[in-house]
Design a protein around this ligand. Structure first.
Ligand SMILES: [Zn+2]
Length: 210
């Protein structure tokens, strides 16, 4: 597994959230509370000025996120995939540049609606982002595939999960009480699994730590 793509504590079990509504106060508050309890990659959709979204408040919130990634929507806040003639790779480059100009350094990328193409993949690689858009396979250079939805994770039992799990959810999933409870119990299971993984790690054993 790539050391630069997975924060130390996430090895064996990665969790990411697609922040679709970072300007929605209730959605933000719920995500903010959750990410303080569990390590979650925050794949955030930049503000869309063409749709009147407030850049100032967005920046305030994004700057508090320690594990920051880019989630690109090509058409609108609610329409993720590309629909016009514009080159999708240009949008990825310009959103990443916009964030960097404001002192934010996204480390991961996930295409909205799981969209990608050769140009987008090349741009993501050139920008040095780790791509979470692929839906299967193992972590490899510059790629951290997203393997499980919230529902799949909740239905899986611990011993049936493969060695590598990358589960994702949306910020709006947290507004539903049942989904929120399912998610937090799944995250607790993943945390236990990570602890077991750490305890069995030959490197940790040889160093006698934990
Ligand atoms: Zn999205």
């Amino acid at each position: 597994m790539q050391d630069n793509s997975v924060p130390g504590d996430l090895r064996g079990a990665v969790v990411s959230c697609h922040l679709e509504r970072p300007l929605d106060d209730a959605a933000w508050a719920r995500f903010d509370a959750l990410r303080r309890r569990f390590e979650v990659l925050a794949l955030i959709r930049p503000p869309d000025a063409a749709h009147g979204e407030d850049e100032g408040r967005w920046l305030e919130r994004a700057r508090t996120l320690p594990l920051l990634g880019l989630h690109t929507h090509w058409t609108s806040p609610t329409h993720a995939r590309p629909s016009g003639d514009a080159d999708p790779a240009d949008r990825v480059r310009s959103e990443c540049a916009w964030m960097r100009e404001r002192g934010l350094e996204p480390r991961w990328f996930c295409g909205g609606g799981w969209y990608t193409d050769d140009g987008v993949r090349a741009a993501v690689q050139q920008l040095g982002l780790v791509d979470c858009t692929p839906r299967d396979g193992l972590p490899r250079d510059g790629v951290l595939p997203t393997t499980h939805s919230l529902g799949q994770l909740a239905r899986s039992v611990l011993w049936r999960l493969p060695p590598y799990v990358h589960a994702y959810f949306h910020d709006y999933d947290l507004s539903d009480v049942r989904r929120r409870l399912a998610l937090t119990s799944s995250l607790q299971v993943l945390r236990m699994r990570r602890a077991a993984y750490d305890a069995s790690s030959p490197i940790r054993k040889s160093h006698g730590t934990r």
